[in-house]
Structure formats: structure tokens, C-alpha cells
Design a binder for this molecule. Structure first.
Ligand SMILES: *[C@@H]1O[C@H](CO)[C@@H](O)[C@H](O)[C@H]1NC(C)=O
Ligand SMILES: *[C@@H]1O[C@H](CO)[C@@H](O)[C@H](O)[C@H]1NC(C)=O
Ligand SMILES: *[C@@H]1O[C@H](CO)[C@@H](O)[C@H](O)[C@H]1NC(C)=O
Ligand SMILES: *[C@@H]1O[C@H](CO)[C@@H](O)[C@H](O)[C@H]1NC(C)=O
Ligand SMILES: *[C@@H]1O[C@H](CO)[C@@H](O)[C@H](O)[C@H]1NC(C)=O
Ligand SMILES: *[C@@H]1O[C@H](CO)[C@@H](O)[C@H](O)[C@H]1NC(C)=O
Ligand SMILES: *[C@@H]1O[C@H](CO)[C@@H](O)[C@H](O)[C@H]1NC(C)=O
Ligand SMILES: *[C@@H]1O[C@H](CO)[C@@H](O)[C@H](O)[C@H]1NC(C)=O
Ligand SMILES: *[C@@H]1O[C@H](CO)[C@@H](O)[C@H](O)[C@H]1NC(C)=O
Length: 602
């Protein structure tokens, strides 16, 4: 049997022909990820958790700019679906590869695998991560994804370290999912600590001291390191800093280089990535301080409890300092006194300060073609949901009265012309941007959208939490947006334009909607953030809060960029296998899929 068949598709309307081919049993992917659910010992406790290749975090993937990369993802679980999302990378040319269940694809059934085709465009070098997009799985099922520079990076550094932050919850994924969607809600608790590169000491119930240890980040003296911070967290905003290492220089935010910006501490919400340059101490400085170890202190912000966790920045003694003059810190316990006094939340952290390293084609106010305001609000009636302009979207059909859950993924519906799931543009325009039937947000290629995220005090039918506000990291799939910053109170064009004066917005994919106050009155606007977005990449893309609990509670929206003609570049006969749950492109133990390549180079 031929493993590869070539086909040439020519479109009447397209000047060029799209050449695709199909792979079969002899195909060797560039990387393999295996998703399982197991009991593991982590931070000293046992947790039944979702893993990538058996570890937390999963293995780091490194890919090159300008390449097409194939990643085969096995769902080795027996009872749960999964998908994989490539957070920050726009799957513009291979829309089935974005990893969003019931939006861009059917989930991967248990005991099946799926080949993700990733386009890594030029000028995307930077720090990303991959994670499951199903339920609470990505609390642990994630890993770093580094896009390496094609040529020398614009900043000089001797070496680099990836520092991934995650959270440890002692409840299982399914427990968390069931509790937060229960009617009435069952409290699921705050985290049991932050994990740094998979390590921590749980604040509760340590039974296995062998895994209750601090992560160690090894460095050499007198060097410059690029630290790649990835917030693969679940629910908690974090603030962190290194003991006696001030003046971190931010050089990258969400996959785009920035002009250098000095900061002594970092704050990050789930889904955000930053690179900073860290200059390590000299041999003389180490000898003077008498220490080879320094704490990285990580703390919760914006939650009802504060977890404080640590890792160690450890110097290798390349200076041959006399043993009596330097010492190490323990890795199996925490300091008795906090070494750093981290301040309260800095609302608007780095806003209006970050600047792009190279011009980024920022759209002016007059270029904006349409504005959409997303009213972000919690609704409580025993159960809790989050609504974005009255839309609560979930890929798990928990309760159709609470959530919109399509019966088939929108991208599949586009191919099969299931009109019940195809957004109507005019109806959406007449309804503040959201199509009332499908609850999706359609946009035409070439539009320049201004998207305003507006925090609003919660509605509480049983009067337990009226006027509640929270802080949310908002993430967009399918392309980066120009981040216009934010402010307190109600959004207004005047307030926004005043703040923008003299600034150069950067391209981001995850930025914070702050609350500025812990509570207000129901329906009162309190805190906003705004973006501009050039609608360029056809496909079905999600825009959502990245707190996992909030996602499960409906804080997700689906956007459809372009019309069917823009999106369906590959003819239906080539994609039949994508159109049914467990269809032909989903491989299993006895079935090797034949999979069309949306682009050449695979
Ligand atoms: C994940 O595990 C599989 C099988 O154990 C292995 O073939 C693959 O190389 C691993 N992936 C990475 C990125 O290390
Ligand atoms: C995981 O551990 C729990 C508690 O010890 C146990 O009840 C459960 O059977 C274990 N599950 C698996 C799949 O080993
Ligand atoms: C990326 O840039 C390299 C070097 O300029 C060029 O050879 C290559 O064709 C580009 N790739 C893409 C996908 O644009
Ligand atoms: C897996 O996904 C399919 C299709 O959306 C759904 O019908 C099924 O209930 C899901 N299975 C589980 C265990 O969630
Ligand atoms: C989980 O941790 C919380 C403290 O954060 C504790 O109250 C609870 O009993 C723990 N649950 C289990 C099952 O260990
Ligand atoms: C774990 O370490 C702590 C602190 O060193 C100690 O008090 C405790 O007895 C140890 N527990 C076990 C199970 O070894
Ligand atoms: C939600 O819909 C109701 C009824 O149409 C409307 O009164 C209310 O203003 C909407 N809420 C938000 C936050 O958009
Ligand atoms: C899609 O279905 C609608 C009615 O359900 C029909 O009017 C339309 O022609 C169909 N479009 C295509 C491209 O088949
Ligand atoms: C494996 O995939 C083939 C083709 O999609 C399907 O016919 C078969 O039922 C699948 N086997 C299992 C065990 O799911």
C-alpha cells in the first residue's frame, strides 16, 4: 500500500493551486505526546492526575520558526476525551489543529490518537506552551513549547532556563469539574500550593517526603540567562521575585520581543508568558553574601487565601570558593521567615510600559471598523456560571439551560453545512456582535475589531455573593491582538484614548482584566481591558478567560473569522475523516489514519 498519495486541488477563485498530500502508516511525526491519567506523588501528596508523557509538566517541545511540525497525541486514558492546544500559536492554515473540543475539532476519544499539524510562521520565535483543552486536565497536562529563532535572537544571553508555574489541587480533575458545576455549587478549595517546574511542598497532608522538595534552577556566576516564565496555572494570579536579584529585564511577552523593561518582580495570570534577562552574581558577590542559593518566592494574589511557595536559584560553584565561606539552603523545607516582602497586586502591571521591539502595524482608532463589548459577569442561583454578554459556553453539556454546547464542532458544521451552527453575520451585528442563535461571534476577514472586556458586579439570586468581582486572564486563539491596556470603572472611549496617548501597544495573546475592587454592586461596571484585532486568519477561534474553573463555568466565547469560502480551503472529500467523532483521522490500536496535509513540508 502506498503510504503517501499526492493530490492537487485548484480552486476556481484562487489564483494558485493548493498542493496537499496524505500520510499513512509509514509516517513518522516530529514528536509524540502521550496523555494518561495516573496516581502520582507530587509535592508530597498523592493525586490522580492527567499527565503528558508521565510527568508534570510534560516534556519541553522545541520547534523552529518557518517550519511545519507534526505532533501525534495519544489519548491513553480509558474513560476521558482529550485534545491538545498550542497556546499562543495561531493554527491559521490548519484549522483542525487548534485543539478546541466542539469548536475546531471532535475531541480525541479514549485509546485513540490524532496528528496535529502545526504551522510555525516566521517571526513567532518565543515562549509558548501546549495543554489539554478539556475540563480541568490542563492543571497538570501541559508542557513548554519553545519556538526557536531562525537566526540570532535580538538579545544576547549565555544560556536559558524555562520556569513553568502550575498549581497543585488535592482534588482530582473530575472532582473539581463536578464540584464547580454542581447545583448548588460545592466548594472546591484554594490550591495546595504553586508548583515550580513540577515541584513544591504541599501545604496540606504530605505523606511522601521524597517528592516534597523545591525545584532547583541551576546557574553559573557572572552570566546572563534568559528565563522563560510560563504561567500554566489554573485559578490563581501570582506574584513572584528572586531574593537579592532585582532588575529583571523583560524582553519577550507572549511570543513577541519587547524593548527591555526593568522590573524587580513579576505578576502572571494563567496563559501568560514572559522572558526576562537575569544577570547572575559574580564570584566576589557570592563570596561576600556567603551563599550559593537564593529563593524564588511565589505567592497567590486576588484569591481568598495566599499560598507562598519557593524554588531555589542555585549557583554552581565555578569560582572554587572556600567551602567554609558559602553554604546551600535546604530543598526539603521552607524558610522560617519570608525572604521577600511581595507587594499587593499591582493592577495594570506593565500596562502602557511594554513596547514592541520592532514596529508592529498597530491599527489607529480610525482604522477600527467595529467595536464589541463583552460584559463579564458571574451569575449565581445555587449553581454558578460566568457569562460574557450573556453567553455561557461549555464543551461539556452539563445543563443546556446554563450553557451553550453545540452538538457538533463549528468547524465540522461549516463543512457539513449544518445551518443550526453556522453564525449569521447580520444577526450578530444587530445584537452587539453575538449571533443570538448560535451564540458565536462572526467577523469578516479585513475587519479591525476593538474588543472591550468589561468586568461587572455579579448577580446573585440567592443573595450570597452580590456584586462580586474577579480578575481574569483573557486569552485569544487564532492570532495575537494589540493590547490597549485597561483601567478601573466603566470603559469609555475617551478614558481609553487618553491612556493610549504616547504609548506603543504590543501584540499579546493573554492579558489581565483586573477588578480594581473586590466587590461592587450587582450590574455595576468595574474594571475594563481593551484590545484591537486585525481579522486575518480564517477559522473557528476561542476567546476565553484562562482560569480553568471559570472556563468550566462557561467563561468562553467562540469566534468565526471569515466565511465558509475563506475557511474551507481543503475540499470536503479530503477531510471526511475529521467530520465524525472518532472518525477516520483518529487512529487507534488497529487503525492507522490517512491524514491530509494542509500544508507542504510535512
Ligand atoms: C513521549 O513519550 C513517547 C513514548 O513514551 C516518546 O516516544 C516521545 O518521544 C516522548 N515525547 C517527548 C517530547 O519527549
Ligand atoms: C488511585 O489512588 C486512589 C487512592 O489511593 C485509589 O482509590 C485508586 O484506585 C487509584 N487509582 C488508580 C487508577 O490506580
Ligand atoms: C522564513 O524565512 C526564511 C529566511 O528568510 C525563508 O527562507 C522562508 O521561506 C520563510 N518561511 C516562511 C514560511 O515564510
Ligand atoms: C467525548 O466526546 C464525545 C463527543 O463530543 C461525547 O459524546 C462524549 O460524551 C465524550 N465522552 C466523555 C467521557 O466525556
Ligand atoms: C485538600 O486540602 C485542603 C486544604 O487546602 C484540606 O482542607 C482538604 O481536607 C484536603 N483534601 C484531601 C482529600 O486531602
Ligand atoms: C517528612 O519530613 C518532615 C520534616 O522533615 C518530618 O517531620 C516528617 O516526619 C517526615 N515524614 C515522613 C513520612 O517521613
Ligand atoms: C443579559 O440579557 C438581559 C436580557 O436580555 C439584559 O437585560 C442584560 O442587560 C444582559 N446582561 C449583560 C451583562 O449584557
Ligand atoms: C446549506 O443549507 C441551506 C439550508 O439548510 C441551503 O439553503 C444552502 O444552499 C446550503 N449551502 C450549501 C453550500 O450547500
Ligand atoms: C479503530 O478505528 C477504526 C476506524 O476508525 C474503527 O472502525 C474501529 O472501531 C476502531 N477501534 C476501536 C477499538 O475503537
Amino acid at each position: 500500500m502506498l503510504s503517501t498519495a499526492f493530490a492537487l486541488f485548484c480552486f476556481l477563485l484562487a489564483a494558485d493551486c493548493l498542493e496537499t498530500h496524505v500520510h499513512g502508516d509509514l509516517f513518522v511525526p516530529d514528536a509524540i505526546l502521550r496523555i494518561s491519567a495516573q496516581n502520582i506523588s507530587i509535592g508530597g501528596i498523592q493525586r490522580y492526575t492527567t499527565l503528558v508523557n508521565g510527568s508534570v509538566p510534560g516534556p519541553e517541545l522545541r520547534v523552529s520558526e518557518g517550519k511545519v511540525v507534526w505532533i501525534r497525541v495519544y489519548n491513553d486514558m480509558t474513560d476521558r476525551n482529550t485534545t491538545m492546544h498550542w497556546h499562543g500559536l495561531a493554527q491559521a492554515a490548519s484549522p483542525f489543529s487548534d485543539g478546541t473540543p466542539l469548536a475546531s475539532q471532535w475531541p480525541i476519544p479514549p485509546q485513540h490518537f490524532f496528528d496535529y499539524e502545526l504551522q510555525i510562521p516566521n517571526d513567532t520565535a518565543g515562549t509558548y506552551f501546549y495543554h489539554s483543552h478539556v475540563g480541568f486536565q490542563s492543571v497538570s497536562a501541559s508542557g513548554s513549547l519553545i519556538v526557536e529563532d531562525r537566526s540570532n535572537p535580538p538579545y544576547k544571553y549565555d544560556d536559558e532556563r524555562t520556569i513553568t508555574l502550575q498549581e497543585l489541587f488535592n482534588l482530582t480533575d473530575v472532582d473539581v469539574e463536578q464540584r464547580i458545576t454542581a447545583d448548588p455549587l460545592l466548594w472546591f478549595g484554594e490550591n495546595n500550593g504553586f508548583l515550580v517546574n513540577g515541584k513544591t511542598i504541599s501545604d496540606y497532608g504530605v505523606i511522601d517526603n521524597s517528592t516534597a522538595t523545591l525545584a532547583v534552577i541551576e546557574v553559573d556566576p557572572g552570566k546572563t540567562y534568559r528565563l522563560r516564565f510560563i504561567a500554566a496555572t489554573a485559578l490563581s494570579y501570582t506574584s513572584f521575585a528572586f531574593e537579592s536579584h532585582d532588575g529583571l529585564e523583560v524582553i519577550e511577552a507572549d511570543g513577541h520581543y519587547t524593548k527591555p523593561l526593568s522590573t524587580d518582580l513579576m505578576q502572571m495570570g494563567s496563559g501568560q508568558r514572559f522572558s526576562v534577562l537575569l544577570k547572575t552574581k559574580s564570584c566576589d558577590e557570592l563570596e561576600q553574601s556567603g551563599r550559593l542559593d537564593y529563593y524564588l518566592q511565589v505567592e497567590t494574589r486576588e484569591r481568598s487565601a495566599v499560598a507562598t511557595n519557593y524554588a531555589l536559584l542555585r549557583y554552581r560553584d565555578t569560582c572554587n570558593l572556600p567551602e567554609s565561606s558559602v553554604h546551600h539552603l535546604p530543598t526539603d523545607s521552607y524558610p522560617s521567615k519570608k525572604p521577600i516582602d511581595l507587594p499587593p497586586t499591582i493592577s495594570g502591571f506593565l500596562d502602557y510600559q511594554l513596547q514592541p521591539l520592532v514596529p508592529n502595524n498597530f491599527p489607529t482608532t480610525s482604522q477600527v471598523t467595529r467595536r464589541i463589548v463583552l460584559n463579564v459577569q458571574q451569575f449565581e442561583d445555587g449553581y454558578y456560571v460566568w457569562r460574557d454578554s450573556n453567553v455561557s459556553w461549555s464543551d461539556a453539556s452539563i445543563d443546556s439551560r446554563r450553557y451553550t454546547t453545540p452538538a457538533t464542532p463549528y468547524l465540522v458544521s461549516l463543512y457539513t453545512n449544518q445551518t443550526a451552527y453556522l453564525p449569521k453575520y447580520d444577526a450578530a451585528i444587530a445584537n452587539g456582535g453575538v449571533d443570538p442563535t448560535t451564540q458565536t461571534f462572526p467577523a469578516k476577514l479585513g475587519e479591525v475589531l476593538e474588543i472591550v472586556l468589561q468586568n461587572i458586579g455579579s448577580i446573585s439570586k440567592t443573595n450570597v455573593t452580590p456584586g462580586l468581582l474577579e480578575t481574569h486572564p483573557w486569552h485569544a486563539h487564532g492570532g495575537h491582538y494589540y493590547d490597549l491596556g485597561g483601567g478601573p470603572g466603566a470603559w469609555s472611549s475617551e478614558a481609553m484614548e487618553a491612556r493610549l496617548q504616547g504609548t506603543l501597544p504590543v501584540l499579546r495573546d493573554t492579558t489581565m482584566l483586573f477588578r480594581y475592587n473586590e466587590a461592587t454592586q450587582p450590574d455595576v461596571k468595574s474594571g475594563w481591558r481593551a484590545w484591537r484585532l486585525r481579522v486575518q486568519n480564517p477559522g473557528v477561534w476561542m476567546i476565553h478567560c484562562h482560569w480553568l474553573q471559570h472556563m468550566i463555568q462557561g467563561m468562553q466565547t467562540v469566534w468565526v473569522f471569515g466565511d465558509a469560502g475563506d475557511i474551507l480551503k481543503v475540499p470536503r472529500r479530503e477531510v471526511e475523516g475529521f467530520l465524525t467523532f472518532g472518525g477516520d483521522v483518529y487512529g487507534n490500536g488497529t487503525h492507522v489514519p490517512e491524514r491530509v496535509h494542509f500544508s507542504e513540508g510535512g
